[in-house]
Design a binder for this molecule. Structure first.
Ligand code: F3S
Length: 394
C-alpha cells in the first residue's frame, strides 16, 4: 500500500505507541481488502460503547488506551451506551452496571470523543457531506450516511472506527470507491407504505432476502428521513445491507448502473406477513420507540397520539441527548412524562439490559429492534405501528 511520509511516521512509531498500534490495524485491514492507499476521513462514529456489549475486557482496553494518551484527530461520536447517562437511577438501571458504564464513557471522554451516544449522529451534530469519506460503525448510521446523504463509509467495527478516529484515516476500499456502490438487485415495491413501521417491515423482508447486496428500489414515491432511517436500519439488521438506492430519492440513484440486474418485487401481502410473523400476540410489558434514535418529529408524533391519555404500561422513546434537550425545551418531554412515559437518551432497547429490569415482552415499531430483541435481550416482540402500540397500552 502506498503511504505518505506522515503515514510512514505513524507506522514507525514517531507519534507514540497508540498511534502506531492503531495505524498498523488500519494497514492490515487495507492489505486484506486490497486497498492501494489511505484516505483522510471527515468524522468517525464508534460502536462498542455499551457495557452490556463489551463487558470488562472492553472497559479495560479503553481505560488502557486513554491512560496511554490516545486522542482522536477528527470529529468522533459514540454509539448508544447501555443506559441513559443522566436518568439511569430513575429508570431503574442496576448500580453496578451504571458504575462500569460511566467508566467506559470517561475513557472515551479522555480521548477527545464527543460524549453523545447516539445511532443518529447525523441528527445530532455530526452531519457528513455528499461524497465525504467517513469511518462509521453503527450499521443503521452507515446505511443512512451512504444511502441518504451519499457520504462514503464501510461498515466499520468498533476497533477499526476507533483506529480511524485516532489516525484520521481509513483504507481506501469497499464503499469508499464508486465502482463498488453499484446496485446488484432491483426491488419493485408494489405496496403502499405510510407508517415508519411499514418501512421497517419492508427493510426486514428485503434484508432477509438479499443479505449484503446493494438494492435499487423503484416504486417508493415519497419517504421522509425517519422512514428512510427505519428502512436502512432494518435491512442492515436482517441482512447486512450497507447502501441502498431509491429511484428519485437518494442522491446516487441517477448515477449508478441499474440495467440488466436481478429483479425482485415486494407486495402488500409480504409487508402484512412481517407484521404477523413479528407479533407474538401477547401484551407488551413495555413499549419502546426510537430505533434508530427518534427525531424531534417522531417525538411530536408520539405527543399527538398521547394527548390526554394515561399509559397503563411503561413507555420509552429513545433519542440522542441533543434531540431530548430540544424536546425538553419545547415541552414535549413534560407531556410524555405526564402520560407516564419517558424520553430516554444515550441508550436504546437493544443495548440496555432491559431483560434484567423485569421486562419480557417489548412493543416496537422498528424492524431492526424486532430483529434483535429476541436474541440480544431475550424478549418476546410485539411489532406494530406507533399508533397501534399506543392504543394497546392506554
Ligand atoms: Fe440505534 Fe439501538 Fe436501534 S443502536 S439503530 S436504537 S438497536
Amino acid at each position: 500500500m502506498y503511504l505518505t511520509k506522515e503515514e510512514e511516521k505513524m507506522l514507525d512509531g514517531e507519534y507514540g505507541e497508540v498511534v502506531e498500534r492503531m495505524f498498523r490495524l488500519l494497514v492490515r485491514l487495507g492489505d486484506i481488502y486490497g486497498a492501494e492507499k489511505m484516505i483522510p476521513i471527515g468524522s468517525a462514529q464508534i460502536a462498542g460503547v455499551s457495557y452490556k456489549s463489551i463487558g470488562d475486557p472492553g472497559l479495560e482496553f479503553l481505560e488502557d488506551m486513554a491512560s496511554k494518551g490516545a486522542r482522536v484527530k477528527v470529529l468522533s461520536f459514540l454509539n448508544p451506551a447501555g443506559m441513559d447517562l443522566e436518568q439511569w437511577k430513575k429508570l431503574g438501571f442496576p448500580e453496578d452496571f451504571a458504575e462500569r458504564q460511566l467508566r467506559i464513557i470517561e475513557a472515551f471522554r479522555k480521548m477527545g470523543i464527543v460524549i453523545t451516544s447516539t445511532c443518529t449522529p447525523y441528527l445530532a451534530g455530526n452531519l457528513p457531506r455528499y461524497r465525504e469519506h467517513i469511518a462509521w460503525s453503527e450499521s443503521s448510521a452507515v446505511s443512512f450516511a451512504n444511502s441518504v446523504i451519499g457520504a462514503r463509509t464501510n461498515r466499520e467495527g468498533g476497533p477499526s472506527a476507533l483506529a480511524a478516529a485516532i489516525c484520521g484515516r481509513t483504507p481506501d476500499y469497499g464503499l469508499h470507491r464508486f465502482e463498488n456502490r453499484q446496485p446488484n438487485v432491483k426491488v419493485k415495491v408494489e405496496a403502499e407504505l405510510s407508517r415508519i413501521s411499514d418501512y421497517g417491515a419492508l427493510g426486514y423482508v428485503i434484508g432477509k432476502e438479499i443479505k449484503n447486496k446493494i438494492p435499487y428500489f423503484v416504486g417508493i414515491k415519497n419517504a421522509n428521513v425517519d422512514q428512510l432511517k427505519s428502512l436502512g436500519a432494518a435491512m442492515a439488521a436482517s441482512g447486512a445491507v450497507a447502501l441502498y438506492h431509491i429511484e428519485g430519492i437518494t442522491p446516487e440513484a441517477d448515477l449508478v448502473e441499474k440495467d440488466g440486474i436481478e429483479e425482485i418485487s415486494v407486495e402488500e401481502r409480504d409487508i402484512k406477513k412481517v407484521y404477523e410473523d413479528l407479533d407474538c400476540g401477547e401484551d407488551p410489558d413495555i413499549v419502546i420507540f426510537g430505533c434508530p434514535h427518534a427525531s424531534i418529529r417522531e417525538i411530536m408524533d408520539l405527543v399527538n397520539l398521547l394527548s390526554n391519555r394515561k399509559l397503563k404500561k411503561p413507555l420509552w422513546i429513545c433519542t440522542s441527548r441533543s434531540v431530548k434537550e430540544l424536546s425538553d425545551r419545547i415541552g414535549l418531554t413534560e407531556i410524555i412524562e405526564r402520560a407516564g412515559g419517558y424520553v430516554v437518551s444515550d441508550t436504546c432497547m437493544v443495548v440496555s439490559p432491559i431483560e434484567k429490569m423485569g421486562y419480557n415482552t417489548t412493543g416496537v415499531n422498528s424492524g431492526k429492534a424486532a430483529n434483535y430483541l429476541p436474541g440480544f435481550c431475550k424478549q418476546k416482540v410485539v411489532f406494530a405501528s406507533m399508533e397501534e402500540l399506543v392504543e394497546r397500552i392506554t
